[in-house]
Design a protein around this ligand. Structure first.
Ligand code: ZN
Length: 81
């Protein structure tokens, strides 16, 4: 499963190995052999890596770009990129 978290400055990205500074957001996700699973090893990804892997995206809400970690297709979002 996915959880959006706020770094306290001690979290390292599991992909680019960058230390994620406070108060940057990051993604905690359970993976098994690089594939998302319900329960597995928890891996942390910085925003950039999460976006690159398709785990996060920017969404426009009321004229502002807001980062979302989405679990399921957003039914209210009908646009196809
Ligand atoms: Zn990263």
């Amino acid at each position: 499963m996915r959880r959006g978290c706020i770094s306290l400055g001690e979290v390292k990205c599991g992909d680019c190995q960058r230390t994620i500074p406070y108060p940057e957001r990051y993604l905690a996700i359970d993976e098994e052999d690089g594939v998302e699973v319900e329960k597995g090893n928890t891996v942390h990804y910085c925003i950039l890596c999460a976006i690159e892997k398709g785990y996060a995206r920017y969404k426009e809400i009321k004229g502002e770009m807001v980062l979302t970690f989405f679990q399921e297709p957003d039914v209210s979002d009908v646009s196809q990129d």
